[in-house]
Structure formats: C-alpha cells, structure tokens
Ligand binder design. Structure first.
Ligand code: HCA
Ligand code: CU
Length: 386
C-alpha cells in the first residue's frame, strides 16, 4: 500500500512518525517541561496518533527518569523511546524506565570527532557497538543514530550503519543535526544509505535553512520509514520539522489521513504554553494569521467559497476562520460580511462606513473583526469616534 503525490507521482510507502517534542523540544532555549506537562503532551500526541513518542533523555536526571516512567505507565498506543549517548551507563539508566525503544546517538562527522570527542572513527564505532550490545541484552529495540550524519564522509557513514545492522540494531537514523540538507541532497543520501542496509531508516531534520518539512517529505518519498517531528517545530536553534506541517502536508499532498489533524491547534497551544516558546502568527497550519483574511478581493471570494484562498480548511486542524476589516477591505466584502450577520445597509451608508474604516485604519493602524464592527455599528461608536 502506498499513497501518491498527485503532482509528481512520487509514492510514499508505509512509515511512522516519532515525535520528539519531549526530548529535542525540551532542548530549545529555556524550555523545561514539568512532569505533569510531559504527561499531558504525551497523551495529546497519542490522540494525534503518532506511532512513537521520544519521551526524554534518561541520563539527564532522576526527575527526567521519573517523568519518562510515568509516561511509559500511561499505557498509550504509541511506542515509547528514550535517547542515550553511546554509553553503557546511559543505556543502563534508560533500561530502568520501561521503554520500548532506545535511540543511541553518536556523532560521526570528522568535525565532531576532532573537536568534540577527540577520538578516531574506529573508536566511535566501538562505542556505538558496546552501547547497542548492552541495549539488546536488556531486550530493548534500538535505533542507532548518526549525529551530524549529513556532514559525515559517506563511505564511513555507510560502514557505521552496516556495523549497527550487523550488531543487532533495529533501525538506523540519519540526523541532519545542523540542518544543511535540501530536498535533492536528502533524496540522494536516503537512497545511498538504503542501498547499503536493509534495516528501516529514520530521519531527523533541523530547520536552520527552513527545509525541515520539505526534507522530511522527500525522505519519505525516497523510502525513509521513520520521520521525526516536534510540535511547533521547537528544538535546538531554529528547531525541527514540525508535527503540524508534516501531518497536514501528508494529508493535503498525499491524501494520508491516519493522523487526527483536528487536535493540531490544541497541542500546539499546549506546547506553546508549557514551553514558553510562542509561535509566529505566520507559522504554517497553527499561526494566528493562517485562516485570517483581510484583503477585500480575498474576503469577497472566501465568503463565496473558502477554498478560493484556503488550501485546507481551518476545521481540519482545529482552527477557525476570521475576517478582518481594515485598510484593504472592499465594498463587496464588507457588504457580504455584514449580510452574514443579518445587517443590510444602504449603498451610500455602506460607502460612508467603508471610508470611515479606511481613514481609521490608515491613521491609527486599526482593524476590526466582524463582531467588533457589528457591536460598534449597533452602538454607533464608529460614527462618533471617526
Ligand atoms: C543532538 C542529537 C540529535 C539526535 C537526533 C536523533 C541530532 O544533537 O541533540 O535522535 O536522530 O540532531 O543530532 O537531536
Ligand atoms: Cu536534533
């Protein structure tokens, strides 16, 4: 079974989402989720239907392990995972948390080997194999992730994955740690890795160049199995591929409806509140401007048929459509918006009203929602103030 991109004919075969908000998202500057917040986010991710939840980084603290255990005890449909360095101690700590999966990550690029670890490629492979072996002894499923994979010598990267496969890994993972791939380099790299190994391939994209969502979809088209996301795209620096963008793109571009998109606004709001990281009004899918129309030309058309200027409906993602009346409002749009509220005014009154609105919005940068305008009309405040 696969889904088809109607424009390109590219197919997406079976895949899963691993959401990383609770681990990578928490690495965004200043973010630290309380235990009850982690539980609430995990439960909501389960509602959305992601297949795997990366619950945290067990070695971070005792408190982190308590939070992870509470999540694993919830009995969610989603599988749980936790991040470990390539260290037996990290794996031992993860093994206390009743997780399904561990993600063992280690950097593979010469840059990281020289400046971070100060060790050789061979030593890195050895460390990874030691940690992997330990995790398999605990009966855990293991995803072996190459950090900074996208700046790693390709031959060495392939050897690294082959070692992981030969030593019992269940999945290998490409981390675009500093976000330097674009869709065509993503396609190339995923295909090269898949030529070498038969394990499922995971991908983890950072958004430093704004490519994370596009790369994620491209990786799927080229055979990646697990894609990683975070809610609102929060994560280190510019963050990661965002859950909302990925879920909606899968629906709009490929007709994949296995995730409950109607929870996306709710989970976005929740993560905004708990993380303290606010979402830009222009943020795709969940930003406050995304279903707000002001231009007269647009409003008049949307009143007739919303799909003229909306690629997907606000209801699909738990949002609402809004109309703003201001400098760019036209007479036709204003008449239509008022008619929707049961208000009909004569032509010359309508012209006067529109003139008033334009003067006010030009002078004072004011704009109104339809409800505000109706209230003002009823109390005649608009006339008096202008
Ligand atoms: C990090 C690690 C990681 C790991 C990704 C993964 C990355 O640098 O914090 O689990 O695949 O981006 O390399 O988030
Ligand atoms: Cu990351």
């Amino acid at each position: 079974m696969y889904s088809l991109n109607p424009w390109t004919g590219k197919k997406i075969r079976e895949f899963q989402i691993c959401d990383n908000t609770l681990r990578e998202g928490e690495q965004a500057p200043g973010v630290a989720f309380a235990v009850n917040e982690k539980i609430a986010i995990a439960s909501m991710l389960d509602e959305v239907g992601v297949e795997v939840i990366e619950t945290g980084f067990p070695a971070v603290s005792e408190e982190e392990r308590v939070a992870i255990k509470k999540i694993t005890e919830l009995g969610l449909d989603a599988k749980t995972s936790g991040l470990c360095r390539a260290s037996k101690t990290d794996v031992d700590l993860a093994a206390e948390c009743d997780l399904d999966w561990v993600s063992i990550f280690v950097a593979t690029s010469d840059l990281h080997l020289e400046y971070k670890y100060k060790c050789s490629r061979e030593e890195i492979v050895e460390k990874m194999v030691d940690a992997l072996t330990r995790a398999k002894e605990y009966g855990l499923k293991v995803r072996v992730a190459a950090e900074d994979a996208t700046r790693t010598n390709l031959e060495f990267l392939k050897d690294f994955y082959v070692s992981a496969e030969q030593n019992g890994a269940d999945m290998v993972s490409i981390a675009d740690t500093v976000g330097i791939l674009n869709p065509s380099s993503t396609a190339y790299l995923v295909e090269e890795v898949k030529k070498e190994i038969s394990l499922p391939v995971a991908v983890h994209f950072h958004n430093d160049l704004g490519m994370a969502t596009a790369n994620t979809l491209t990786a799927l088209e080229h055979g990646a199995y697990q894609i990683q996301t975070t809610v609102n795209g929060i994560g280190e620096r510019a963050g990661n591929a965002s859950l909302e963008e990925v879920v909606v793109s899968l629906r709009v571009l490929y007709g994949i409806e296995k995730y409950r998109a109607e929870w996306l606004k709710e989970i976005s709001r929740m993560v905004e509140e708990f993380s303290g990281v606010s979402t830009a009004p222009t943020k795709p899918v969940v930003g406050n401007h995304v279903f707000t129309h002001e231009s007269g030309i647009h409003v008049a058309a949307v009143v007739e048929n919303p799909s003229t200027y909306e690629p997907f409906s606000p209801e699909m993602v738990g949002m609402e459509r809004r109309f703003i009346i201001g400098k760019h409002t036209g007479k036709k749009a204003l008449r239509a918006l008022l008619a929707k509220e049961g208000i009909y005014i004569e032509e010359n009154e309508l012209s006067k009203l529109l003139k008033n609105i334009k003067v006010r919005s030009g002078r004072f940068k004011e704009s109104f929602t339809v409800r505000e305008l109706v209230t003002m009309l009823k109390s005649e405040k608009l006339e008096k103030k202008a």
